[in-house]
Design a protein around this ligand. Structure first.
Ligand SMILES: [Mg+2]
Ligand SMILES: [Zn+2]
Length: 275
């Protein structure tokens, strides 16, 4: 197991669209969504829209079918598989919901690559309606993050703190973290990464703009990416770097055996491979 935990946002990071908007548009309730948007928190809105779809006779199968058609870049699929096969601990950290994320990951055979999905919980009620609840129950009180870029139902920074505390290598050392995301909600965790960690913001997206406003606030190295190919190259380069740096801490005769073959052969890693 490599000493790396890779944390992926989901919408516009793993898939190339926002899953909530994709389902709303795909099932023809965009007008209702737009009308309700100013009146309630996003998380409550998606739960409400799911209720309306259920009332219209739409089934969970309809929702799943739409999610399966969500665009995902083959390079992103390859990047996730490669990171997993190099022994990284992969987690999802998303403000979507469990049902949507699992439907997509299952469809692309990626679910087994992730040790944990941190998101808004979902359940199917007795009537077959999909219910979506907040990750952080803000009715019981605020999550306490004062940054202003975190929605009331989820402070990704607080979740990241827990992930980083739980991700320790076999020798008890803290794993280094690589974080990938695009949205405003990914800004809070970027500020909590340490010097030896890496932030991979999607270039030209809200988290990138926020980072650029004051780059000195981040301790972690920043490595932007723009598309799936770029993400794959950047992520695998960083993982290889950590593996090489780890190996220099070992006695010389252990070094080669401890490194995956792809890293021994040098970069680039298996780029463009769609397993
Ligand atoms: Mg996102
Ligand atoms: Zn926060």
């Amino acid at each position: 197991m490599a000493g790396v935990v890779v944390v992926f946002d989901f919408d516009k990071t793993i898939i190339d669209v926002d899953s909530d908007n994709w389902v709303v548009d795909g099932l023809g309730v965009t007008d209702l969504f737009d009308r309700l948007l100013p009146t309630m928190p996003w998380n409550t809105l998606i739960d409400t829209v799911m209720g309306e779809l259920h009332a219209q006779g739409r089934t969970l199968r309809d929702v799943t079918d739409v999610l399966r058609a969500a665009p995902i870049d083959p390079y992103v699929v390859a990047a996730i598989r490669a990171a997993y096969s190099l022994g990284c601990d992969l987690r999802v950290l998303s403000d979507a919901n469990c049902f949507f994320i699992e439907a997509v990951l299952d469809h692309h055979g990626l679910r087994g690559c992730f040790s944990e999905i941190n998101t808004n919980p979902s359940r199917v009620d007795a009537d077959g309606r999909l219910r979506i609840a907040p990750h952080h129950d803000f009715h019981a009180g605020p999550h306490g993050c004062g940054l202003g870029t975190c929605p009331p139902n989820m402070c990704k920074g607080q979740v990241l703190d827990r992930i980083r505390a739980s991700a320790t290598a076999a020798d008890g050392a803290r794993k280094r973290c690589i974080y990938l995301g695009d949205g405003r909600g990914d800004y809070c965790p970027s500020l909590r990464l340490a010097r030896e960690d890496f932030m991979m913001p999607r270039k030209g997206f809200p988290v990138w703009d926020l980072i650029c406003e004051n780059p000195g606030l981040l301790q972690a190295e920043v490595h932007p990416w723009s598309d799936g190919k770029d993400m794959q190259e950047t992520l695998l380069r960083l993982i290889s770097r950590v593996l090489v740096e780890e190996s220099t801490l070992l006695p010389l005769d252990c070094k080669l055996e401890s490194l995956p073959a792809a890293v021994q052969d040098g970069m680039p890693m298996p780029l463009g491979v769609k397993n």
